[in-house]
Ligand binder design. Structure first.
Ligand code: FES
Ligand code: FES
Length: 134
């Protein structure tokens, strides 16, 4: 694990203690699911948001990531970053922000891209299930 020392402490923390791992029950309402893959490596990330239909804000978030440490850390970070945000706010988060916060090296940028793609896909899924659009 010699590569580990190149990672910033914050990545290690999100890697060793990932937040909000899991899935919502199928019966849960107001859930949007984003399932995305990274063509480069085949890693997969599932990110789910639970939205309060009245306020339009994200009240809970869960993820499952089958991928490298940086992808897991990125998704864990993302779950904490978007809680309490509106869908528009959450949809504007860029992978570069995640990469910066977690001090990801350039070669790991695409791992943080998975988290950006996943939140966008989850928002789109939530909106597609709900009319009128918000
Ligand atoms: Fe897996 Fe980059 S090596 S996404
Ligand atoms: Fe594949 Fe990081 S190496 S997501």
């Amino acid at each position: 694990l010699s590569g580990t020392r190149y990672y910033h402490e914050k990545v290690i923390d999100h890697y060793e203690h990932p937040r909000n791992v899991g899935s919502f029950a199928k019966t849960e309402t107001g859930v949007g699911t984003g399932l995305v893959g990274a063509p480069a490596c085949g890693d997969v990330m599932k990110l789910q948001i639970k939205v309060d239909d009245d306020t339009g804000k994200i009240v809970d978030v869960k993820f499952k990531t089958f991928g490298c440490g940086s992808a897991i850390a990125s998704s864990s970070f993302m779950t904490e970053r978007v809680r309490g945000l509106t869908l528009d706010e959450a949809g504007q988060i860029k992978n570069t922000e995640i990469a910066k916060e977690l001090c990801l090296p350039p070669v790991k940028l695409h791992c943080s891209m998975l988290a950006e793609d996943a939140i966008k896909a989850a928002i789109k899924d939530y909106r597609s299930k709900r009319t009128p659009n918000r």
